[in-house]
Design a protein around this ligand. Sequence first.
Ligand code: BYC
Length: 337
Amino acid sequence: MYTQAMDLMGKEGRAEAPVLRSAEELALEARFDERIDAGEFIEAKDWMPEHYRKTLLRQISQHAHSEIVGMLPEGNWITRAPTLKRKAILLAKVQDEGGHGLYLYAAAETLGTSRDQMFEALHQGKAKYSSIFNYPTLSWADMGVIGWLVDGAAIMNQVPICRCSYAPYARAMVRICREESFHQRQGFDSLLTMMKQGTQAQKDMVQDAVNRWWWATLMMFGPPDDQSPNTAQSMRWGIKRISNDDLRQKFVDATVEQAQLLGVSLPDPELRWNEERQHYDFGAIDWDEFWRVVNGDGPCNRERLAARVKAWEGGAWVREAALAHAAKHSEAPRKQA
Ligand code: BYC
């Protein structure tokens, strides 16, 4: 009656001490797998394997942290935008990123971890966020390039997540992707204006920004598939729909033509169309640099984390005031009664 099975996959998907599971749990898991295979969505109240819950929590909280840390490099340029129109667009975009973070923290909270716990993990350097936000924004052209390349890569990665098997994450992604599409287009438009109507100095500034952001953008999609410990299981569960390498290839294929339209070159001498593969070939990515940045040693890791911790500490009085206000209101009806 109490047959037990060995589960050798630990919470992070890596081999750990065997976990013993009851027959009841195995039956629940078999039913869960059937639902995934049938393309059904999983809701927060539904039974799910612990490893599925932890994998989602890891990805969604990292995604949320990426959105709010991602406000910092662009936020640096709000006061220096060249025109009122560009300032209004940039303000709206940075505000959107904050909103995306909030939808995503809310989706992650449905998995049983509080927002405060997620913030604590970020502030202690235990939680990851996208490597791309550890690079500096050195010129106004970086704003256009972040929109065009970084948001472009984000859309490529995030559209498939709208079909993620976990419904609260999928629902959040639908709205986020609509806004990301505006972000990408405003970046392209800003660069096109500089490339078609700008001075030679402005055109050079755009090319310099493209040269600095291109490789870091390709790294956003994560390590190559054969070095990605999470991809196989996440694809099995319908959390990820397309692998890191396939998304990276789709992004390169789509971006080369956009670069031609803009009149900028991409900094890769090995980039060329491969008739046989019907895809662009591209040069080797510096994965040592990627891991250095992911592990905390990129150009701006310390600065970004310090800015988030400062914002958290500086906002303590707002949280306290909001809680005091809420407590006062929840007491009010009782006093009246
Ligand atoms: N940076 O097994 P893998 C935005 C980690 S924000 C840092 O392939 P997975 C925007 C990975 O977490 C867009 N770490 O993992 C905002 C794992 O470590 P752990 C952000 C990375 O999860 C403001 C390890 O490497 N988008 O658009 O299957 C302004 C092995 O990787 C990175 C998202 O967050 C990286 N680039 O796949 C402008 C999308 N790549 O967790 C724009 C949601 C990998 O085992 N996330 N790692 O310690 C995903 O789609 C997936 O999590 C990833 C990685 C494709 C990123």
